[in-house]
Design a protein around this ligand. Sequence first.
Ligand code: KIV
Length: 300
Amino acid sequence: MSITNFPSGNGSASAGIPITKVTVPALAEMKRQGKPISALTAYDYASSRLADEAGIDLLLVGDSLAMVVLGHDNTMAVTVDEMLHHTRAVRRAVRRALVVADMPFGSYHGTVAEGLANAVRFLKEAGAEAVKIEGPRVELVRALTEAEIPVVGHLGLTPQSVHRMGGYRVQARTAEAAHKLKDDALALAEAGAGAVVLEGVPREVAAEITAELPVPTIGIGAGPECDGQILVFHDLLNLTFAPAAKFVRRYADAGSVIREAIEHYREDVEHRVFPSDEESYHLPAAARAGLAAAAAGRTA
Ligand code: KIV
């Protein structure tokens, strides 16, 4: 058995077919072969298992969980402990995809030593295989790489910078800003980043960076030329309770499906048609007869 293969028969493998685990070097190989990388955010066991079984290559435990799972207005509030909790659930579900954990706001914005210590927790305590950090933090990426912690960079519209950016705005819209973004991406790759997420940048800028970067770009709102694409799980399935951003494609309306199913259940309860007799447990015949005899004795 290859060390990159899980044995089959447990988890999502079809009988007899080993799963080839996606690793950070495998992403680079996919870029080399021109094979698009599919990525999706993940936050819990059931949805991660479905995404893994559907063949998604990279599952990111995104700090977007602050908004789509925990109901905050932005990503700033989520803590390292909350991110660890969700990363563990995803880890338990996933057999094939690369599991990447987002480092939350504040967990790597101080010293490199603090960032390193927090990153270690994601691998040691939650089973992540890489961490993602926002911004051109080249020194930190180098330190993490030297500590054997694979890193995914994240440039462009970086949601943890929402207050500095003055909102969620498309970035790198001038030639100067586009050059700076490209330099930042190249510096992250040179420092050891295994991939770089490009969020909310013009297609042309992302295409040029993708062509020049030795490691894969994963785009979100960055056009089709990126080496891979990532979407937020709740955006893809219409579970956000908000209009979709321009770059989102809704592949299903799970919100409506779930709401209708729950309404149907409530109506069945209210009309006493759930549970049915078939959905109920029954006494064995002998015990039922004994119960009936005892009841008859009481009324005699
Ligand atoms: O937290 C997140 O969801 C992200 C995106 C890249 C999808 O960082």
